[in-house]
Design a protein around this ligand. Structure first.
Ligand code: MIC
Ligand code: SF4
Length: 633
């Protein structure tokens, strides 16, 4: 039978046929962890007692927790580096770049499977790899050689025709996808790009599109591995890692989207959702306080050369702050070599290190009520570090045009497009990548590294109060924020749990602990966004026993299950009726017939679930770690 690119790769790494909707065990060849999720992943990997990683390649990055306000972040980095050396992971040192940019450049491999403890691991789909974001525990399990349980997704074919016009770029393509299908349009599906337009997109441009595909809820996004891909691998001096992976000519997609690149215009996501997309021309003229260029979505060499060439000979207005975060040292070295870094500096740009930086609120929080234009992928309320800020998501071209004028500007008004000269070969400097050896290594555990808490198995009956009733699209940033204040606590569950739902209710943790735990009720797409398992782990620490939501984002549902919180589905009518403060009794004896009584008003609630038989076993054992360890004994 003819197959799409995603079906071809997935079929190679599962047992049996690709049956959509069926659960499969996927063999993972590559893994990625980064510092904000990686400390927990490493602690869990250590708890599995496996001496060396069992993948073809596992890479550990330090790119998120880069502000060293005290000892904590550097403690975490020392821990990650020593675990990598001891257990056979490659370590990309702080300063080497953002995990997804560096992975694409130096480690991606067409035709293989990658599991990453970061939701934007999908960037590597730009190089023809099946790359999936997951919670740290799932990635730790993959490092230990466990297969990844995946409901085999349907495939949405995104047909690209034509060629992007000047001042329109890859970011506008993914914003157009988001405009068409929204932030839950591809939950449980794969976005696969095809059509004559793809040959006009380089691998880093494809990476921008697959990266931000995560914002549609997609399991992953992928491009074929073709001649463009081969060229990229040759430029990276890695042609030996390239293979061709193409869809069969008569491959069928379950759904189709199409985009004519010739007709695409510069787009912009308005506050506070990546799905809130309009044409830039519709919102032109709004005064801008801050422009931030960078993040794993738009920090490739082409992106930054474009910004630099547009900024050349200009200067930012007195009231506007422009920051630039290169995606990797490779990108930065090229900008230095070509003098394009000088154009940026001369234009008044503030050059930040090669890291996530402002994207995760690690510095550069905007001023009160600011308008901030960012080339990033998420503009959730308060993620920038300033609750009153209005964050817009744009392409590098729109960012640069607006940085010059001081107001939101359609870049096509700038006139002639500058010449962007890309190098024949990229500068290869692996000196900040540490490859493990057989030398004995002691793991370095500073005081910020706290052991994993133990949790009890789920009881047969839960009797708890509804502590919170929430609406639709609750993000994991809302459940547990990132940012400079909270990220340093990622390896310390008791401490970080004090910030759970902090933006919703200050000191929620105290109420949760005083009640001895409770239940969360929520609307559609609960847990959208980041893969941070802390958004399940910390609530678990506070005693949250179950979530009753209308639907879930894929990674968060898996994280809840992994830590033994029951992710159940509430009927829409009953969602309306249930109130904060109600006492519920959930009888979990038979998952085919869940009995839930609202003891406050005596009514019954209709509750279902999408859990597999194995999920139910895992849940009953108290989560995936006790399950894996019991299986290994
Ligand atoms: C994000 O963009 O939200 C993050 C920070 O990269 C997260 C990971 C994390 O929360 O540490 C993600 O996308 O998974
Ligand atoms: Fe880092 Fe932002 Fe990318 Fe997350 S989305 S990996 S915080 S750059």
């Amino acid at each position: 039978m003819s197959k799409t690119v995603a079906e071809k790769i997935l079929s190679k790494y599962i047992e049996g046929d690709y049956v959509k909707g069926a659960e499969a065990e996927l063999l993972i060849t590559h893994t990625l962890i980064q510092d904000s999720t990686g400390t927990m992943a490493d602690l869990q990997f250590e708890a599995m007692g496996v001496p060396k990683v069992k993948t073809e390649l596992s890479v550990s990055f330090a790119d998120h927790n880069m502000l060293q306000g005290d000892y904590k972040n550097m403690d975490d980095h020392k821990y990650l580096q020593s675990v990598a050396a001891k257990h056979g992971l490659v370590f990309s040192r702080p300063g080497n770049g953002i995990c997804h940019q560096v992975f694409l450049e130096r480690f991606s491999k067409p035709g293989k499977t990658m599991l990453g403890s970061d939701s934007h691991s999908t960037s590597a789909g730009g190089a023809g790899m099946i790359a999936i974001g997951a919670g740290g525990l799932d990635v730790a399990a993959a490092m230990a050689g466990e297969k990844y349980m995946l409901i085999l997704p349907e495939i949405i074919g995104v047909k690209l025709t034509g060629k992007l016009q000047t001042y329109v770029s890859a970011k506008d393509v993914i914003l157009e996808v988001l405009r068409q299908i929204g932030v839950k349009g591809a939950v449980g599906k794969i976005l696969e790009y095809h059509g004559p337009g793809i040959k006009n997109l380089s691998v880093p441009e494809r990476g921008t599109i697959t990266n931000m595909g995560t914002e549609t809820g997609a399991t992953t996004s992928i491009f074929p591995s073709d001649e463009e891909t081969r060229k990229f691998f040759a430029q990276q001096d890695r042609e030996g890692d390239w293979i061709e992976v193409k869809a069969d000519p008569d491959a069928m997609y379950d759904e189709l989207l199409s985009i004519n690149l010739d007709e695409l215009e510069p787009l912009i996501a308005l506050p506070h959702s990546p799905g809130n997309v309009k044409k830039v021309s519709e919102v032109e003229g709004i005064k801008v306080d801050q422009v931030c260029v960078g993040s794993c979505t738009n920090s490739s060499l082409k992106d930054l050369k474009t910004v630099s060439q547009i900024m050349k000979g200009t200067h930012v207005p007195d009231q506007l702050s422009l920051t630039i975060s290169p995606g990797s040292r490779q990108v930065l070295l090229h900008l230095i070599e070509s003098s394009e870094l000088a154009y940026l500096v001369s234009s008044g740009a503030r050059i930040l290190e090669c890291a996530c930086g402002p994207c995760i609120g690690m510095g550069q929080a905007p001023n009160t009520d600011a308008v901030s234009l960012r080339t990033f992928n998420r503009n959730f309320l308060a993620r920038s570090g300033t609750r009153s800020a209005q964050v817009y998501l744009v392409s590098p071209e729109t960012a640069a045009a607006s940085a010059i004028s001081g107001v939101i500007t359609d870049p096509r008004t700038l006139g002639e497009f500058p010449v962007i000269e890309m190098p024949e070969k990229f500068i290869i400097d692996n000196s900040m990548i540490i490859v493990p050896t057989d030398e004995p290594v002691e793991v370095v555990r500073g005081p910020n590294i706290k052991p994993l808490p133990d949790f009890n198995p789920l009881p047969a009956t839960i009797e708890d109060e509804v502590l919170l009733k929430l609406g639709n699209d609750i993000t994991t940033d809302y459940i547990l924020a990132g940012g400079a204040r909270i990220l340093p606590l990622r390896s310390n569950v008791p401490e970080i749990s004090k910030y759970v739902f902090e933006d919703h209710e200050l000191d929620f943790w105290k109420r949760a602990q005083a009640k001895g735990g409770g239940i969360i009720v929520a609307g559609e797409n609960y847990g959208q966004g980041s893969s941070r398992e802390h958004a399940a782990l910390a609530p678990k620490y506070l005693g949250i026993s179950a979530v009753l939501a209308l639907s879930y984002a894929r990674i968060h549902q898996a994280n809840l299950l992994n830590f033994g919180i029951a992710p159940l589905i509430i009927d829409a009518g009953d969602y309306e009726k249930v109130n904060e403060g109600d006492n519920l009794e959930i009888d979990l004896t038979d998952f085919n017939n869940l009995k839930v009584v609202n003891k406050t008003d005596g009514t019954s609630l209709r509750i279902t679930h999408t859990l597999t038989d194995l999920d139910i076993i895992i849940l009953k054992e108290g989560g995936r770690l006790p399950y894996i360890n019991a299986k290994r004994k």
